[in-house]
Design a binder for this molecule. Structure first.
Ligand SMILES: O=P(O)(O)OC[C@@H](O)[C@H]1O[C@@H](OP(=O)(O)O)[C@@H](O)[C@@H](O)[C@@H]1O
Ligand SMILES: [Mg+2]
Ligand SMILES: [Zn+2]
Length: 178
């Protein structure tokens, strides 16, 4: 199965140190929607795994988060593709959950949802915690330089991490090599 797991903020859309708190603040990164659609049309299953502690922090509500994801699906749909699953962790750092990255709970849930072997599945993120969540279940860590990616690059990366400029570059590579 061609499964690709994506972080959201900083990979699909712009991120902000002030969180993405509204649909108006949810702005796709250049080429990201087109990249997801192209992969989807080429038979890739696209799953998103995103920490959304802004919910627990009271910065936005569930309806707003879901509206962002409706917008994502609408845009990808306009380009003929779809996002097959969006998993989010609604908890805060002190909630002791099992789904907040770097814990692998969301990634494992995606594996169960698609009955997929997660070993070697590319997990694309902009933060080390994204890569660590994937590594915990054998995914291939992939860092993009968008969002917090440049900051992440300034720290030691997990061995074997692949680095790309952005999601569009990841898609070009996958479409040319699979
Ligand atoms: O990159 P993903 O997982 O899609 O989403 C990250 C966001 O939930 C927010 O995560 C926060 O981290 P804390 O949750 O406060 O540690 C901060 O990094 C924010 O800048 C960021 O917008
Ligand atoms: Mg991110
Ligand atoms: Zn959680």
């Amino acid at each position: 199965m061609k499964l690709l797991i994506l972080d959201r903020d900083g990979v699909i859309n712009q991120d902000s140190d002030d969180y993405i708190k509204s649909v108006a603040e949810w702005l796709p990164l250049p080429g990201a929607v087109e990249a997801i659609a192209a992969l989807s049309k080429a038979g890739w299953t696209i799953a998103v795994a995103t920490n959304q502690s802004g919910l627990a922090r009271g910065y936005f509500d569930l309806a707003t988060l879901e509206a962002m994801h409706v917008e994502l699906q609408r845009l990808v749909g306009e380009h003929g593709g779809r996002v097959d699953a969006i998993h989010y962790c609604p908890h805060g750092p002190d909630d002791d959950c099992t789904c907040r990255k770097p814990l692998p709970g969301m990634i494992e849930a995606i594996g169960r949802q698609f009955d997929a072997d997660l070993r070697g599945v590319w997990l694309v993120g902009d933060s080390l915690r994204d890569l660590e969540a994937g590594l915990a279940v054998g995914c291939q860590p992939v860092l993009v330089k968008t969002g917090k990616g440049e900051r992440s690059l300034a720290k030691p990366l997990p061995a074997g991490t692949l680095v790309f400029d952005d999601l569009a570059a990841v898609a070009r590579h996958l479409l040319q090599n699979s």
